[in-house]
Design a protein around this ligand. Structure first.
Ligand code: HEM
Length: 563
């Protein structure tokens, strides 16, 4: 090291650049490095400080300047080598796409800075076609056959690096180990058995009744209802109940709970930074005070505390079972409660996000479309006449109701672009292209739902394509709103029952229309893709129907208490 202060710059700087190139070709070119990024960051900072100290100690010339040039030369060597490799020698070099995207994922971060990844991909598709290289190791493929290839029963794909986002916490949907996932899934499945579902259904109905009464109260005061608030209040309250046995009381207070607000802000991190999970890891360790990182860590901490509290309450006279009940029981049964805390904490984050942030946007967009299509709203309301909406089985038989939900999930998917998979080591043929191993595959629901390959008049919301006009679905393979195969949504049945009931209840009680001149401009214009869809505001007018269903489920005294 003492040599440093004596070597002439003509040797020192090219030597550092050569070291950079060598470290790429010998080390970084292989394997995944994103989880090591905080360590690499600190090693780099430490070596820079050491070089500076040595030059200073040996009284070399311009220690600051020399250190700067050495580290810059190293970085130049490293990044030039990476760039040349990615552009001219990489296995994906022949796939079309923006050159900058092939060079670095930072390009994608910049494109997604306003949380509009769904539109970024739409633009790329218009320019490059259905197979696009959207990152150095990433392909976005828009074809109805892709979901079954990457997620179907015979798929050998695993979850991509994106799923390391939550680490060091680990959860059912973020573990990248198939064996761990399958084992954990068995535990989760117990929390969604028919018996468990009956208990959740009861809570869904209870909260839906409160929601309808709140809306009626606003309507009688002549006020508009911002459904982008109210459907979130509802779904988060329900989720709190079935996840931890305690709601957030937002329907009661008519205000956002601070933790839910925090969670929604934290999800903003997934808009731009989904593209570079390694940068998020660096930020978690190096910049925990940065606003959006602070929100994310705060949200994780809050979920952890809820799980901690739930564990404390476990077995202490609580008769109603929630999802946490089954997770805690499993750990207690094995005597591994303490060892499983990372799993329990991670699963708490999963249930909070997956259990509410998906149903709420779907309900918001379903009502947006029902208001834009008043004729269909009336047809559906008529079909619901005479149906006992409290009978889950009967409600499931109303084809048009299911059609409305499916069509909404097609055009306005709750998970617009997320769900990244990684090809197996030996590679895989996807939609007619041979894709080498270790490549991230993106199959964006937003673009697939709008593909003319799969749907006739793909841009239009036509629920009958799922009922009386099946010819309007050209290729149903691409329609997987809840995913499929081993990683499919564990909450699908609950979500469908919840959405069916809320739509049926509100339509039988209210006639719904736009409340102002606005026609959903904010809703769509401010829609953000942050793994889940986050819609803008939508103010609607709910007019009470004459002779509408009165509240059947909620006891009168509790309705009064809630108003
Ligand atoms: C409209 C409602 C919903 C939609 C559209 C939806 C969609 C999805 C999708 C697309 C996935 C796969 C994600 C991935 O590949 O990373 C998924 C997984 C999952 N969902 Fe849902 N979901 C909904 C509601 C729910 C509800 C109510 C719950 C209840 C807790 C839930 C819990 C989960 C869990 C735990 C997973 C991970 C499953 C696994 O990896 O085995 N979801 N969901």
């Amino acid at each position: 090291m003492g040599l440093l202060s004596h070597l002439p710059s003509t040797t020192l700087y090219p030597g550092a650049a050569l070291l950079g190139t060598t470290s790429h070709l010998a080390i970084f070119i292989r394997g995944e490095w994103h989880m090591q990024s905080p360590v690499l960051f600190w090693i780099y900072a430490f070596l820079t400080a050491t070089i500076f100290a040595i030059i200073n100690l040996k009284q070399g010339d311009h220690p600051f300047q020399t250190t700067f040039f050495i580290t810059t030369s190293y970085s130049l060597g490293l990044f030039t080598s990476i760039s040349i490799y990615r552009l001219y020698f990489h296995r994906l070099r022949s796939f079309p796409g923006p050159k900058l995207a092939a060079l670095t994922k930072f390009w994608h971060v910049w494109q997604c800075r306003r949380g509009k990844n769904h539109l970024v991909i739409e633009r790329l598709q218009a320019q490059y076609g259905n197979v696009i290289r959207t990152g150095p190791e990433e392909l976005t493929i828009i074809d109805p056959s892709v979901p079954s290839t990457i997620d179907g029963p015979k798929s050998t794909c695993t979850k991509a690096v994106w799923y390391d986002f939550l680490l060091p916490e680990i959860a059912l949907n973020t573990t990248r180990s198939v064996a761990e996932h399958d084992q954990r899934r068995k535990v989760w499945d117990k929390g969604f058995s028919s018996a468990a579902m009956r208990e959740y259904d009861e809570r869904v109905r209870h909260h839906a009744e409160i929601l309808a009464d709140r809306i009626e109260s606003l309507s009688r005061q002549g006020k508009a209802v911002d459904v982008s608030d109210w459907f979130y209040f509802f779904t988060f309250d329900v989720m709190g109940e079935f996840a931890f046995g305690q709601g957030f009381e937002m329907l009661q207070s008519q205000k956002w709970h601070w933790a839910v607000r925090l969670l929604r802000r934290a999800m903003g991190l997934l808009g731009p930074f989904s593209a570079v999970p390694w940068l998020a890891q660096v930020a978690f360790y190096v910049l925990p005070w940065m606003w959006v990182v602070r929100d994310w860590l705060g949200m994780m901490e809050w979920c952890k505390e809820r799980m901690g509290e739930r564990i404390q309450r476990h077995g202490k006279g609580c008769l109603r079972r929630d999802v946490s009940h089954w997770l805690i029981e499993e750990s207690l049964g094995r005597g591994t409660l303490e060892r499983d805390r990372e799993w329990l904490n991670g699963d708490a984050v999963t249930v909070v996000i997956a259990g509410s942030d998906t149903i709420a946007p779907t309900l918001v967009f379903a009502f947006y479309e029902l208001v834009r299509n008043r004729g269909l709203q009336e047809t559906l309301t008529r079909e619901l006449e005479g149906v006992d909406i409290y009978d889950k089985g009967e409600l499931a038989k109303v084809g048009l109701l299911t059609g409305v939900i499916k069509e909404t999930m097609r055009l306005w998917p709750a998970v617009p672009t997320g769900g990244y998979r990684q090809t197996p080591d030996g590679g895989l043929e996807i939609a007619g292209s041979w894709v080498p191993g270790g490549v991230t595959i993106v199959s964006p629901r937003w673009s697939l739902g709008r593909s003319e390959l799969a749907y006739e008049r793909a841009d239009e919301w036509i629920p009958e394509r799922w009922t009386t006009k099946p010819e309007m679905v050209r290729d149903a393979r691409g329609f997987q709103p809840f995913s499929q195969g081993r990683f499919n949504c564990v909450g699908k049945a609950l979500a469908m029952a919840e959405m069916r009931f809320v739509i049926a209840l509100l339509l039988t009680r209210f006639e719904v229309g736009f409340s102002t001149e606005e026609r959903g401009e904010r809703l769509v214009g401010e829609l953000r893709d942050q793994f889940t869809a986050s819609p803008g505001a939508l103010e609607l007018e709910f007019r009470v129907r004459v002779g509408s269903h009165s509240c059947k489920f909620l006891p009168q005294h509790s309705i009064k208490a809630s108003l």
